[in-house]
Design a protein around this ligand. Structure first.
Ligand code: UT7
Length: 332
């Protein structure tokens, strides 16, 4: 193992969503809601949902292949795959299925679970392997199919989520480090605000010995609490990451937040005094795609030509755990 330190560059991105779409209008025929309520309270207009023919591994592999193409490297060159997800196809993890699908034969692959902060946590984890000189090329994927775990009779949650995956390629650099600053936080005392918990009952193996059998229960969320938490903590953690980067909010070209709610995006930008034209938002099209939302929005902005090489991006994810994190990086 090499012992020197290297810098990080993010050199490619990709995104994929399942093919079915569900508009607010269609949702209002499933639960007691309206396009007007969803649009005004969240900014979401439509979302993509996976049916039984689509798996998380498949959409994640599509996103990964696009990211590799943009980065100009082959799957065979990837050393590590980190999949940030809370909804793997297999509870043992889905990163290895992705490794197989894209043919990244030499890569080691594992999952990271940190809900909507997962992509940022995965990105920061990956960068440590590069900085320590262990790996050269790393795929970080954020992907979720939360529609599998939503209670489609609960209008307070089912209107929010969509399915998708986004990916980036990180590459070791000898002459620069484009991950300029980061910060991560957790607060387990607020764990009960947002859950997708296991619920089981005793199954007796004999008269004394029991094991628990059951299944994961649909998402429950205290929306107001999570909203308050996000608006308070996200500006704070971005400022900390900027401080570590020796930068100020004026230096940011793009604010890239987890796409949970347009009102959260607006409130965070206002607190940081970042003008609306620097805020990346696409949640109107995809809803809250959990670990996928940041890389999907990043990829879209890159492909639209908004984000250019050298631009400084302040990204922040927040969600269940509760967890929150920020990464300030220079694109390419
Ligand atoms: O990715 C993880 C992070 N998650 C988040 O960031 C979510 C953060 N929270 C939020 O985005 C917002 O709290 C929500 C969008 C979930 C809810 O918005 P809100 O403005 O906090 O609404 P509320 O929960 O205070 O509900 C207001 C009213 C209630 O009726 P009453 O009690 O005032 O009569 C709700 O019953 O709106 C009602 N309501 C709805 N009405 C129509 C709740 N959901 C709906 C709905 N359609 N889908």
């Amino acid at each position: 193992m090499k012992a020197y330190s290297q810098g990080v560059a993010i050199i490619g991105s990709g995104a994929a969503v399942p093919s079915q779409t569900l508009t607010n209008e269609e949702l209002s025929k499933i639960v007691d809601t309206s396009d007007d309520w969803i649009t005004s309270r969240t900014g979401i207009q439509t979302r993509n949902l996976a049916n039984e023919t689509e798996s998380l591994s498949q959409i994640a592999a599509q996103a990964a292949e696009q990211a590799l193409t943009m980065a100009g490297i082959t799957a065979a060159e990837v050393d590590l795959i980190i999949l940030a997800t809370s909804t793997p196809d297999d509870l043992f993890g889905s990163a290895c299925q992705i490794q197989n699908l894209i043919g990244a034969k030499k890569a080691v692959a594992f999952d990271v679970t940190a809900a909507c902060s997962g992509f940022i946590f995965g990105l920061i984890t990956a960068s440590q392997f590069i900085r320590t000189g262990v790996y050269q090329n790393i795929l970080v994927i954020g992907g979720d199919i939360l529609s599998r775990w939503v209670d489609w009779g609960d209008r307070t949650t089912c209107i929010l989520f969509g399915d998708g995956a986004g990916a980036v390629v990180l590459q070791a650099q000898t002459d620069r480090d484009n991950l300029l600053g980061f910060e991560m936080c957790s607060d387990g005392t607020q764990n009960g605000c947002l859950n997708l918990g296991f619920d089981g009952k005793n199954q007796y193996l004999n008269s004394e010995l029991a094991v628990t059998k059951g299944s994961y229960q649909p998402i429950t969320m205290n929306g107001k609490e999570v909203y308050r938490f996000a608006v308070a903590k996200v500006p704070e953690i971005i400022e900390k990451a900027l401080y570590r980067a020796n930068l100020s909010t004026d230096d940011i070209d793009w604010l890239l937040l987890h796409q949970a709610n347009q009102r959260i995006l607006d409130a965070v930008a206002k607190r940081l005094k970042i003008p609306p034209e620097k805020v990346l938002a696409n949640l109107n099209k995809y809803g809250n795609t959990s670990a996928a939302s940041i890389p999907i929005a990043l990829d879209e902005a890159v492909r639209e030509g908004k984000i250019k090489a050298g631009d400084i991006i302040a990204a922040s994810g927040f969600g269940a755990g509760l967890t929150w994190g920020a990464a300030v990086f220079r694109w390419k």
